[in-house]
Ligand binder design. Sequence first.
Ligand code: ADP
Length: 255
Amino acid sequence: LLIISAFIGLLLSLVAGLFLANRALVPIQKSWNKQVEFIADASHELRTPLSVMQTHLELLFRRPNHTIEQESENIYQSLNEVKRMTKLVGNLLTLARSDSSAQLLNKTVFNMGELVDKVANQFEPIFELKELHFTREIESLMCGGDQERLHQLCMILLDNAFKYTPPGESIHISLKKHHHSMMLIVKDTGIGIEAKDLPYVFDRFYRSDKNRARAEGGSGLGLAIAKWIVQAHNGEIKVFSQKNVGTEFYVKIPL
Ligand code: ADP
C-alpha cells in the first residue's frame, strides 16, 4: 500500500509539474510568435519599395542613351521609394528599441505648449496647400518628458490627420491641463475609421485601407509608435471615429 501511494504521489507531482511548466511556457511562446510575425511583416513591407526601385533602375539601365530629363519620372519614383524605406527603417528601429529594456526616455522639464505650437507651425503651410482648415488652442504647460519622443507623437497624429482628411475639411489640435495631466487632442473631419477597424489601429502594420495608406506613404507603424511613446510616459491614448465623419485622438499624460 505504501509503495502504491508513493507511486501515485510521484505521478501526481509529475503531472502537476508538467502542467505548471506548460503554463509558464505559454507567454514565452506568445512573445516568440509575436516576434516572428513582426519580422515577417517588416520583411514584407521592405520588399515592396525594393521591387519598385528595382523596376525603375532596370528601366534606366535598358535606356542608356536617355537624358536625365527624359528619365526624370523614373528617378523621381525611385527617390520616393528610398524616402519611404528610410522612414520605414527608422520606425522599425524605434519599435525594436521599444521592445528592449535598453530603451530609456531622455526626460527633461520643458514647455509642452511651445513644442505643440512648433509642430503645428511646421504643418501649417502643408495644410494650407491642401486647403485644409486648421485651428489650434494651445495652453502653455510645463511638463517632464522626452521632448524628442513627444515631438514625434505630435508629428504622427498631425501627419495622419493630414493624410486621411480630404481638401476643404478641418483639423483641430488642442493642449490643455486636466487635473495633474496634460490632454492633447487631435480632431479631423476626414474619412474616419470603420468600427470594425477601430480596435486594431494601434497594432503594428495595421492599416484599415492598405492601398490608400500606402498611396499616402503609410506603413501602419505610426500609431504603434504613438501608443508606445504615450505608455512610456505612463499615459493613455484613445481614439473615437466614425466613417465619413471624422476622427479624434485623445492623449492623456501625467505632467
Ligand atoms: P499609417 O502609416 O498607415 O498611417 P498608422 O499606424 O499611423 O499607419 O495608422 C494606422 C491606420 O489607422 C491607418 O492606415 C489608417 O487606416 C487609420 N488612421 C489613422 N489615423 C487616421 C485618421 N486621422 N483618420 C482616418 N484613419 C486614420
